[in-house]
Design a protein. Structure first.
Length: 554
């Protein structure tokens, strides 16, 4: 087993170096990633030294230290849990089953399941992310220097256990995703659920503090709430390792042993389930896939019988099957839940869900042609005019935005109880009108940026992977859409400022309804017209760019 594991480790590094040498963009990405990792490790040491000067525990009485509270303990357990949990989910979303070291690639070599998984696990643990994570967590043990030598030593042990647990859970998630989810629809649903869990994990600390009754109390009581939250996290597989130094410092050896058992059980269960997944894949590799029967022509049967109608039908069909874009339409529901939990009776905070949702809903369309790929190439070969393409796309997104915002408005009215107050309903109508204006403005500028400021997107097979190269474009171009959507609403903002300056806003704020709707309609028409002109002028360049994007996904 040892020889097989070491051989897989060597193979992993050989393939990594070969991939880096093959492409200049891969080399650039590798160097940038390595530089970021080195900076993160180098910055952890000074940060840990600074934190080490802060109180590790909270004095609950004369000569008594309460292990549940204290800035160092709360920060370490909470941030450590968030980092390791996100690392496990990011590995699933960004890498998934499509890696070079995928177990499916070793099916022909007859390696026993236990040996194969042990080798793959060790290969992951010896990768740059794991090594850098281990060094960073080990350096964080400097924060425990005021708690004694035993706490510092256990900090290093906790770093090893945290990395092993994170990698074990990540490999289990990847194994379950490939073994139990076979169909395209099942994979899309799985990725959607994973992304939602990832968002919830990122928002847990904020939601816990803001939704509790302590959110408006004293800082001491909020610190107590944070301490209890850290205690809960310390009994999860992702947070147990970070609590170990504090258990040692306070001499709580029973809790120390219990957390070690929790981590050992977690890693053992992950190992056994991964081995089961390998065996399941091997035994069911030849199973026939279920036949899929398609009736009719779908959206092509009820869209307008025109060129733009065909574009709309094709886009709608793509959206139904593409989790990379479809997940964006789940975000408004997440916004609604988050704002509702943090509103504390202020319905205006819930109503702002409409504006943020409308603003974000067309962000995929701002790079829509990159998602289309060969679909747009077929349009160019068929001689479709640019305005017909833009109009067809606008028809679909505009229907989605209007319908979605109306449904969200009904939900907000029911959640807030504003249906009982006419003045609150008027405020909601203004917010809805402004949201529709923002949505139309954002959709209008998306018709321009999608054919000019294009950047690579993930492949459909790995919807949460990160295509190599053009990192600057991927990071900067979406902000052009985000800022542009609000800039086009400056006329509406000017009217609002004018009403405020004239001290008549509370009496005449309903004027924002027609102004915002007209503002959005004009911005949408101008964006559609200009986008059509740009598509006609840049069609060949766009096709060439899409071909280069496709090469980055291979």
């Amino acid at each position: 087993m040892t020889n097989t594991a070491l051989l897989l480790v060597r193979l992993r590094w050989t393939l990594t170096l070969a991939t880096v040498r093959r492409s200049p963009w891969q080399m650039v990405g590798f160097i940038l990633g390595l530089l970021i990792a080195v900076l993160a490790v180098a910055g952890t040491g000074p940060a840990a030294w600074f934190v080490g000067d802060l109180p590790a525990f909270h004095p609950s009485g004369p000569g008594v230290l309460d292990a549940n509270y204290g800035f160092v303990r709360i920060t370490t357990v909470t941030l450590g849990t968030m980092i390791t949990a996100m690392a496990a989910f990011i590995q699933l979303m960004m890498i998934g089953e499509g890696t070079t070291m995928s177990p499916a690639r070793f099916a022909l070599y007859g390696i026993p399941d236990r040996k194969l998984h042990s080798g793959l696990l060790l290969a992951t643990l010896t990768g740059i992310p794991s090594i850098c994570g281990l060094l960073a967590f080990a350096l964080w043990s400097l924060a425990y220097r005021g708690m004694g030598v035993a706490a510092v030593v256990n900090g290093v042990l906790a770093a090893v256990l945290a990395i092993v647990t994170t990698v074990s859970v990540a490999r289990l998630l990847i194994s379950l995703s490939t073994s139990l989810v076979r169909s395209r629809r099942g994979k899309n649903t799985f990725y959607a659920v994973v992304l939602l869990l990832f968002i919830v994990i990122c928002q847990l600390p904020n939601l816990f503090v803001n939704t509790s009754d302590l959110a408006q109390d004293s800082s001491a009581m909020r610190g107590a709430a944070a301490g209890r939250f850290a205690t809960v996290l310390s009994w999860t597989p992702f947070g147990a390792a970070f609590q170990l130094p504090f258990d040692v410092a306070t001499g709580d050896w029973v809790m120390f042993a219990a957390r070690l058992v929790l981590l050992a059980v977690t890693c053992t269960v992950c190992f056994l389930l991964c081995v089961w997944c390998l065996r399941h894949d091997r035994l069911t590799a030849g199973a026939a896939s279920a036949a899929v029967t398609v009736k009719g022509v779908g959206a092509f049967g009820w869209m307008p019988d025109s060129v733009s109608g065909a574009v709309s039908a094709r886009l709608l069909t793509y959206l139904r099957r593409d989790p990379r874009q479809a997940m964006l339409f789940v975000m408004p529901v997440i916004f609604l839940v988050m704002f509702s939990l943090q509103a504390h009776g202020e319905s205006g905070m819930v109503w702002q869900t409409l504006i943020w949702s409308a603003w974000m809903m067309s962000i995929a369309e701002s790079n829509g042609l990159a998602y289309d790929g060969p679909g747009f190439t077929m349009e160019v070969l068929a001689g479709v005019r640019g305005f017909s393409d833009r109009a067809g796309r606008v028809r679909v997104y505009l229907a989605i935005i209007v319908g979605y915002l109306l449904m969200l408005s009904v939900a907000i009215v029911l959640i807030t109880g504003d249906w009982r107050r006419p003045d609150a309903l008027l405020v909601g109508a203004v917010m809805l009108a402004v949201a529709l204006g923002v949505g139309c403005s954002a959709l209008g500028i998306a018709q321009v940026t999608s054919c000019t400021l294009m950047y690579p997107v993930a492949s459909l097979d790995k919807p949460f992977s990160a295509p190599q190269g053009r990192a600057l474009a991927q990071g900067f171009f979406p902000f052009v859409y985000l800022f542009g959507g609000f800039l086009l609403m400056l006329p509406t903002g000017g009217v609002a400022v004018g009403l405020l300056a004239a001290h008549v806003f509370l009496e005449w704020y309903w004027l924002l309804i027609p102004v915002a709707l007209a503002n959005g309609a004009v911005a949408l028409w101008l964006g559609t017209w200009l986008g059509g002109k740009l598509v006609d002028a840049r069609a060949i360049d766009i096709v060439r760019t899409l071909d280069s994007f496709a090469s980055l996904q291979r």
